[in-house]
Design a protein around this ligand. Sequence first.
Ligand SMILES: [Zn+2]
Length: 357
Amino acid sequence: MNLLEKELTYPLGDTLPETGKKLELSPGVYWIRMALPFALNHINLWLLRDHFEGVDGWCIVDCCLDSPDSRAHWEQIFENSLEGFPVVRVLATHMHPDHLGLAHWLCKRWQVPLFISATDYHTARTLVATPDERHSDQAVAFFKAHGLVDPVVYEALSDRKLQFGHMVPALPSQFVRIMDSQVLRIGDNDWHCISGYGHAPEHIALHCPALNVLISGDMVLPRISSNISVYDSEPLADPLRLFLTSLTRFAHLPADCLTLPSHGKPFTGLHQRIAQLIDHHDKRLEELKAALAANNLSAVDAMSVLFTRQLDAHQTTFAIGEALAHLHYLWFGQEIERYQDEQHIYRFKPTAAMTHP
Ligand SMILES: [Zn+2]
């Protein structure tokens, strides 16, 4: 446990759900944990007791990515944990592969609808339909323009196993739109949708006032900070500002609300954690400003300022996206400006106003 985690409380201690089994967290709210083949080695999924269109059953919240292992794990859950009830609907907090990958399989297997934000559904459909090579060429040009020269990373970019279409091979051809402020009746409880931006196009967290439970998805994680990246598909994005603004949407929730994150363990201390996340990004912005006062920086330079540990090729692409998110925050906040150098690499420097106060 790190120092910041000591400000949080894990009501279940180190207890984790057993493989293939669910663990009850609150009446009708259960935790499932599945393995992921990344540095981030697991994802939390949730089973909610539901009653939908006249049928008693289960609502699955988040799906895991599509792989033989995750399908087999779901089969174990169906065998051991459904208490004889069917799955009646599937909900995805957002479109990232670990959350959405198996939605097509789950929805087809149970003949049930997928609930997801329209933005994430359509973004995922576009990525599933986009030929990988084209996507990859655009990504290579993007990383080059931001100062990357490492051929290993370019190889990683073309690694099929890491591409969206590999982890999310298909999507249900229909969906049910969920959006901010909507109230979803799931089983005996109302769940309030809270939209969040900056991590995914339109992430939906779910708060149940009666149970005092928040399914925070990837918007608030207890141990790590969510990846906030500028991607080649939206090169002029300002996702860090969107993310920090989105965190204010959780300010009205009760301080003792049990928060169910997609990675890590269920915890209380939501507002402490949000304050820590804001502080984390503030510190990184300050580090970058200090470095920019000495040198003009490309995104790759900024990455070396922010990430001092050794990164593999896959992590490097995320780290550049994340460094760029911080640079763009300062750029759109008019604290720095962007130009292209003789090699056509984008560099950032303090604005004239900042160098001559
Ligand atoms: Zn995510």
